[in-house]
Ligand binder design. Structure first.
Ligand code: SIN
Length: 321
């Protein structure tokens, strides 16, 4: 019998296509009191550096009309504390849910260094893959200055590849004229796949104080506002690089949004900001996909990339309007 939810993203076998996105799910243990972690296809940790970081000055979060601005600045506990204090607990909870550790550094060299530590500790940590964050818009070093710069981008990805044999997914920035060349470069440098998109640059002004709300001025926009942007880039990357596995991210707060990403060509999706609004968001998205597939007697495998195969269906939609 075909398991309608089971899918693959490159070498990663997933019980279902719903993962929790980096930066919205702690280190995997934050939602323990709401629902079992093993429900998920997987989760991605907050970005980890070798050393702990405090991040940016407050305020670091602002609500917008259709989403959220953040300027966290990659605050994290550092690799050693993650290995010692977080990974054991998460491994006890996660069942078949895949664990992707999201990593970054201040320079391409530091990307290579943390990847080497992940490789050295991979048995102890039990992670299934690495997600390389070269796309944070909130840091002066190690973010979009690398991820939007073709030379630095290739250098960072190549250094991670040289340091580890773990499956590598590169998280891409939408803050470029064209995401496709970056996806291609990631593949050429040995990535198993890409995650897209990270947040878009944004700013909100406090009109009483006459200054930006965020402590850093600008931040990264996420949430429903960016859904069409993410779907657009997933579609474009899938069309240009049909064999490259994709995690679709950006503005997924409903199962219908997840379905759009899957049909645009994502092999699986990551739910992010929605979990701040409703801690059950991941579960609801998954339940909706399950119902939808059951009602149509189809499977995730069958719908991935469906929007590229228009005309293949026996029954085309009938437009009445
Ligand atoms: C942050 O920590 O500033 C957000 C993470 C990211 O955008 O990659």
């Amino acid at each position: 019998m075909v398991d309608r939810l089971a899918t693959k993203c490159g070498p990663l076998e997933l019980a279902n296509p719903v993962l929790a996105a980096s930066g919205t799910f702690g280190y995997g243990d934050s939602f323990e009191r709401f629902w079992p972690l093993e429900t998920l296809g997987g989760f991605v940790t907050k970005t980890l550096f070798l050393a702990p970081r405090d991040g940016n000055p407050a305020p670091r979060i602002a609500e917008t009309s259709a989403g959220m601005l953040n300027s966290i600045g990659l605050a994290n506990v550092g690799w050693e504390a993650f290995v010692r204090e977080k990974a054991p607990r998460v491994n006890a909870l996660r069942g078949s849910a895949r664990m992707l550790v999201n990593i970054a550094g201040n320079s391409p060299e530091e990307f290579g260094e943390i990847a080497a530590r992940v490789e050295a500790d991979r048995e102890a940590v039990g992670c299934d893959a690495i997600e390389v964050n070269v796309s944070c818009p909130n840091v002066k070093e190690g973010g979009t200055n690398i991820g939007c710069h073709p030379g630095q981008f290739r250098d960072a990805v190549a250094r991670v590849r040289a340091a580890t044999t773990l499956p590598m997914f590169v998280k891409l920035s939408p803050n470029v004229a064209d995401v496709v060349p970056f996806a291609r470069a990631a593949a050429e440098e040995g990535a198993e796949g890409v995650s897209l998109i990270n947040t878009l640059y944004g700013m909100q002004i406090d009109t009483e104080l006459r200054r930006p709300v965020l402590g850093t001025g600008s931040g990264g926009l996420s949430g429903p506002a960016i859904l069409p942007v993410g779907v657009h880039w997933v579609y474009k990357v899938r069309a240009a690089l049909p064999e490259l596995p994709i995690f679709g991210i950006g503005g997924i707060s409903t199962w219908q949004a997840a379905l759009q990403y899957l049909m645009a060509g994502a092999d699986a999706v990551q739910v992010g900001t929605a979990s701040f609004v409703d801690p059950n968001a991941c579960r609801e998205v998954l339940a909706g996909l399950d119902r939808w597939c059951a009602m149509r007697n189809t499977s995730i495998g069958e719908i991935v990339g469906a929007a590229h195969r228009v005309g293949e269906r026996a029954e085309e939609p009938v437009w009445t309007g």
